[in-house]
Design a protein around this ligand. Structure first.
Ligand SMILES: Cc1cc2nc3c(=O)[nH]c(=O)nc-3n(C[C@H](O)[C@H](O)[C@H](O)COP(=O)(O)OP(=O)(O)OC[C@H]3O[C@@H](n4cnc5c(N)ncnc54)[C@H](O)[C@@H]3O)c2cc1C
Length: 297
């Protein structure tokens, strides 16, 4: 067995310094769930582990005076699910976190670890895309902001550069008239992490006309990376969510995604499921927007 160096960082700059010194050979460890599995399966063999789990600056949930919600990278899925501040500012997030695995995974797995893993089946990536969050990275040159829509680059690959770690995620306040919803299909609820399809919808509806003024659509489980469904957004933006418009948007979505067949489902079945989940989730988001539930929070 090869030697592995271990650094328990207490501050962000300590972690960044270790990552810089390692020149790409170190792995950050947060909750350790995914990394532990990858190491057990010998898919990664780190020579240096930089443990960030004790860095206080990476923890916590804060809603700023302008309504921006900040979620530290080490915030657990359980904390996202149960935080009143998150529920008030971004109700899609607890709805999304409720769909993640089981209690033990939620208690240990971190929001930042999940996003940095960039698993195409992950739930948080879907939400950050739909909600147009900003990913704040800390690195040797300081802090850098990356739009969530540009963060997921390839299979298990993010826009984080060598020596950078994800520090926090910033969510802009929802616009007046916004409604959000999260929908997921999973064969077996808790542990079926490999064959899922998820859709996050943020719809801003004009009360006078019922038209969708703005929309954010994220999808998971329908390609090698979490998907920003730009073309489907364009098919819905400015339109009333009537059956013909939604049918057309579903046709666009089917062309926009590239699901991979797996041990349970064919790519075509996942395409179909994605359209079903889009219809249901869009309807919930628009109904919430019409009731003004989320804009009043
Ligand atoms: C059985 C099972 C079921 C699951 N089901 C779901 C599910 O339904 N939905 C879902 O979304 N997820 C699911 N997960 C994933 C889980 O929720 C965790 O999010 C995931 O394991 C990563 O979180 P972590 O904190 O353990 O990260 P780690 O394992 O510590 O790290 C993951 C990767 O990210 C890197 N990393 C960690 N933190 C940072 C950071 N701040 N900056 C830069 N890089 C970083 C690490 O180097 C590593 O490469 C499941 C996992 C298991 C084992």
């Amino acid at each position: 067995m090869s030697e592995c160096r271990y650094t328990r960082a207490r501050r962000v700059d300590e972690a960044v310094a270790a990552l810089a010194e390692a020149k790409g050979d170190a792995h950050v460890i947060a909750g350790g769930i995914a990394l532990g599995i990858l190491m057990n399966e010998k898919l990664v063999s780190p020579t240096w582990l930089v443990d960030i789990s004790r860095i206080e600056a990476l923890k916590g949930i804060v809603r700023g005076p302008d309504g921006t919600l900040r979620i530290g990278a080490l915030t657990t899925h359980r904390e996202v699910e149960e935080s009143p501040a998150v529920a008030a500012a971004q109700p899609m997030l607890p709805e999304m976190a409720a769909e993640i695995a089981c209690g033990r995974i939620k208690n240990r797995g971190t929001f930042g670890g999940n996003l940095s893993l960039a698993d195409p089946q992950g739930d948080p990536p879907v939400a950050v895309i739909a909600l147009r969050a900003t990913m704040r990275a800390a690195g040797p040159l300081g802090v850098r902001d990356i739009p969530a829509t540009e963060f997921f680059r390839d299979l298990y690959t993010t826009a984080l550069r060598e020596g950078e770690l994800l520090q926090e995620v910033l969510f802009p306040p929802l616009a007046p008239g916004a409604g959000t919803a999260y929908g997921k299909f999973a064969a077996r609820r808790a542990m079926d992490y490999t064959s899922t399809v998820a859709v996050g919808v943020r719809a801003v509806v004009e009360p006078a006309t019922g038209c969708i003024k703005d929309i954010g659509l994220g999808l998971g489980g329908v390609g090698p990376i979490p998907v920003w469904a730009r073309a489907t957004e364009a098919a819905l933006r400015g339109m009333r969510p009537e059956p013909a418009v939604i049918d057309r948007a579903c046709d666009v979505l089917v062309d926009e995604i590239e699901p991979l067949a797996d041990h349970l489902y064919s790519a075509d079945f996942k395409r179909h499921v994605a359209t079903v989940i889009l219809r249901r989730t869009l309807a919930r988001a628009c109904a919430r927007a019409a009731r003004g539930v989320e804009a009043r929070r």
